[in-house]
Design a protein around this ligand. Structure first.
Ligand code: SF4
Length: 215
């Protein structure tokens, strides 16, 4: 299986770069577990020559383990949420994600994953029950009202991804209290009203995002 990787020519040189495993936006702490992705979204900063999100340099020279991340969190109750969201799809590092999220819950914090909703497809099993034990909130990107538009903007690596993200949303909504699903207003061909209808039909809450506004 191949994954889209950042263009090496656009990476910072090794002596300029220090990995950002955690970064803060407003009063939430974000965890950057991986640079791998099951999608190659055409609107993603990393496919537009940028390795930065909100001033945070997210290119990773290596993927961090739980025992690297946990000391960097400190006291999880100092933050509104601990959010798994970085330069790639966090559920690809499922074991590490669960280790960290379980630790956060044991220490009184709140957890969220920002995901493309393809974790169960990737792992070839339903991962939602494991997530539901330690994840309070999910933000899932649907991104399109049909497979053609999804393919155009997200370029999934795995077959049947558009069907899989909808199945994931439905399942997540059964086991996790707070499931928000987004599409981006302003992308060519994306019909926000139809996206909302699909999401609400799956029982989740729709969140409209705006093109070029991240975080
Ligand atoms: S899923 Fe997120 S990180 Fe991955 S390519 Fe799309 S926008 Fe970028």
């Amino acid at each position: 299986m191949t994954y889209k990787r950042p263009n090496p020519a656009k990476r910072p040189t090794p002596n300029e770069h220090q990995d950002s495993y955690v970064y803060q936006i407003r009063n939430s702490l974000y965890i950057n577990l991986t640079d791998r992705c099951t999608l190659a979204c055409q609107f993603c900063p990393k496919h537009n020559g940028s390795t930065e999100v909100k001033g945070h340099e997210l290119y990773l020279s290596k993927r961090p383990e739980a025992d690297t991340i946990i000391p960097l969190i400190g006291n999880p109750t100092d933050y509104d949420e601990i959010v798994f969201c970085g330069y790639g799809e966090p559920t690809l590092r499922l074991k590490t994600l669960l280790q960290i999220a379980n630790w956060v819950k044991e220490n009184g914090g709140n957890t969220r994953i920002n995901t493309d909703g393809l974790g169960s497809l990737f792992h070839k099993r339903d991962i939602v029950p494991e997530l539901s034990e330690c994840i309070d909130s999910l933000s899932v990107s649907l991104n399109a009202q049909n497979e053609v538009i999804y393919q155009q903007h997200c370029q999934p690596v795995l077959p049947d991804s558009y069907q899989a993200v909808q199945a994931f949303i439905k399942r997540a909504n059964e086991l996790i209290d707070d499931v928000q699903v987004s599409a981006i207003n302003g992308l060519d061909g994306v019909d926000i009203a139809q996206c909302r209808e699909i999401v609400e039909g799956l029982g989740a809450e729709f969140k409209q995002r705006e093109l070029d506004i991240v975080g």
